[in-house]
Design a protein around this ligand. Structure first.
Ligand code: DX5
Ligand code: ZN
Length: 222
């Protein structure tokens, strides 16, 4: 059976009780924590850095954490997030002048290698770096904020990315991030998506347990 995971994006969590928010979503069945790093330069918003990640690990949160870095320049941040406890580090190709080098830094620091693709970015560059990837994060909104509208063209993009992964014969997860709600799951599952990054649809719900179980049941039984 295909592996499918739920990754709540803590961008929509209550930061005043972040540790508890994360423990709750994990207890209710979430698989991966999605950690959005924003710098008010690459994207017009500002969030958290390696110190917050370290606090989460020190709070005994052991689940895999995907650190989605929306910051430029990015290279010098990678060792800091690796040391703080990142499992995956996912970067945007536009945030570096030298993509190969940046991906190598992620790997050398012991993390799984992810690349994020913005909605309007062409995917040709993947041919040149696919050998280095563990994860392709397909953005279904322009990065920067939670609770935006899912861009439907993403579905076409996923199909193209999936073809490239098949040709590469590598085991690379496809993750989708931005505006994902229950109504999108069916088409995304049909396209072979492995990781569902979901922020506001979970954290804006009054009952995390209910909404996580509903999503997990659907994706696990697909
Ligand atoms: C957007 C972030 C997303 C976002 C997802 O730049 O990368 O991870 O927080 O949140 P929702 O699901 O609310 O779009
Ligand atoms: Zn993200």
């Amino acid at each position: 059976m295909k592996k499918v995971f739920l990754a709540p994006s803590i961008l929509s969590a209550n930061f005043a009780i972040l540790g508890e928010e994360i423990k709750n979503v994990l207890n209710f069945g979430a698989d991966i924590i999605h950690f959005d790093v924003m710098d008010n330069h690459y994207v017009p918003n500002l969030t958290f850095g390696p110190m917050v990640l370290k606090s989460i690990r020190d709070y005994n949160i052991l689940a895999p954490i995907d650190v989605h870095i929306m910051a430029k320049p990015v290279d010098s941040l990678i060792p800091l997030f690796a040391k703080a406890g990142a499992t995956y580090i996912t970067i945007h190709p536009e945030s570096t002048n030298h993509i190969n080098r940046t991906l190598d830094i992620i790997k050398e620091n012991g993390c799984k290698v992810g690349i994020a693709i913005n909605p309007a970015l062409s995917i040709d560059f993947l041919d040149h770096v696919i050998e280095k990837l563990d994860l392709i994060l397909i953005m279904s909104v322009d990065p920067g904020f939670s609770n935006q509208k899912f861009i439907l063209n993403t579905l076409k993009k996923i199909r193209l990315v999936q073809n490239k992964i098949i040709l590469s014969k590598r085991k690379i997860y496809i993750s989708v991030d931005g505006g994902v709600k229950f109504c999108h799951l069916d088409s995304l599952l049909q396209l072979g998506v492995n990781i569902f990054v979901i922020g506001s649809y979970i954290f804006n719900h009054s009952n995390y347990k209910f909404v996580i179980k509903k999503i997990k049941n659907y994706i696990s039984n697909f």
